[in-house]
Write a protein that binds this ligand. Sequence first.
Ligand SMILES: [Zn+2]
Length: 489
Amino acid sequence: MGRDFISFLNASPTPYHTVDNVKHKLSKNGFQELSERISWAGQVEKGGKYFVTRNASSIIAFTVGEKWVPGNGISIVGAHTDSPVLRIKPISKKNNEGFIQIGVELYGGGIWHSWFDSDLSIAGRVLIKQDGKIIPKLIDIKKPLLKIPTLAIHLDRDVNNKFEFNKESQLLPIAGLSNAAPKANDTNLAKEHSKGGCCESTPISNENFTSLQTVVQRHNEQLVELIAKEAGSTVENLEDFELILYDHKPSTLGGLNDELIFSARLDNLTSCFTAVEGLVESSSSSNSLKEENGIRLVSLFDHEEIGSSSAQGADSNFLPNILDRITGLTGVPEKDLESSIKSYILESSAKSFFLSSDVAHGVHPNYTNKYESNHKPKLGEGPVIKINANQRYVTNSPGIALLKEVATRGQVPLQLFVVPNASPCGSTIGPILASKTGIRTLDLGNGVLSMHSIRETSSTVDIEKQIKLFKSFYENFTTIEPTILIDGV
Ligand SMILES: [Zn+2]
């Protein structure tokens, strides 16, 4: 399973690729695609498996138990598809001292010094004009195109004591040498460029008017050509793109016994992968949903690293809308639909549970004083329950009691984590969705080192453990949940 996860990591350099890979995995396992653009009346059936995407960077998948009745509970595992990265700016064309440079914008709270001296490639989503329409294409150039070079130690003797840099002017990648590029009049792009650009002073006639400079005018010509080629199109048909930089060095197993994983994006592809595997495994046999009276659901959101506020982030209406749709439609008698739907949704929410999965801080052997002395989660010893009295993590004791029983049935060890009182505490999608939906929630995740570095480290066996935990959650939730009653009868 460790090697499957490595393949997933290497195939998922951006949230768009992650969602695409999850879609393929689900489709191969009998899940059908739904669209938010149309009514779901008659489309969702008991025993069925489905998924739906938003912006192609967030995805929700679910299975409906054959004994599901409206008002029953939903077992949810949620995670995020994005990671801190450098993203190509809307106008990225730069040249300095004979170097081609590409302007980049910071996305999220990365450990940016870790990006220096790494070989960087480019991947993302490109919009192509085709047959009168604009269609998206995923690209991954898979070549070491860029580098953010450090300054030689001879020019900064203090660098090992203090490494400081300007995020605008010094975290700026080089992409080659200007004099190595083909001469402008050798390329078709030169003709394109000469039609008008930022420096063009000749008046533009009405027929040639465009509201925005073309991609060729805004970005390095050779880069644009490469992007168009990767997308199987031409520069003329390249409408726009959202492209990010990533570490060209592939993810790999590491350590003396392959017990470690060295990779970018462990935060939070670890949770995306294990949640989807858990859902697929829990519904893979022909009778797995026969006795099930609940709905099992995975929700993976974009934009967690920047606060989750967007149309497809965890703070959007994506999950609430999907819960409304499936709770209202599945098995509700036609005549009761109008009057009962709201009541069913409320009952269902009160019986549901959300596992908010995001990576945790595994204890770092060289910085043990940064951890609370009784709460030092170890890599390889199982998923970590995250607790915070100030509700940066929303775990409480009924949730722990539930997860403990889930983990006992799945034979999965668990660990506990709080931050020391003197330390700030991170957060995740758990509190956002708990306050938005009112659904009981617990925060957990596998331990990693160097969270938000371009190269993080985690444990191979923890992948299997977290999959087993989520599988057990999906298979056992509806029998355990009624035994832990806090409110009502
Ligand atoms: Zn995260």
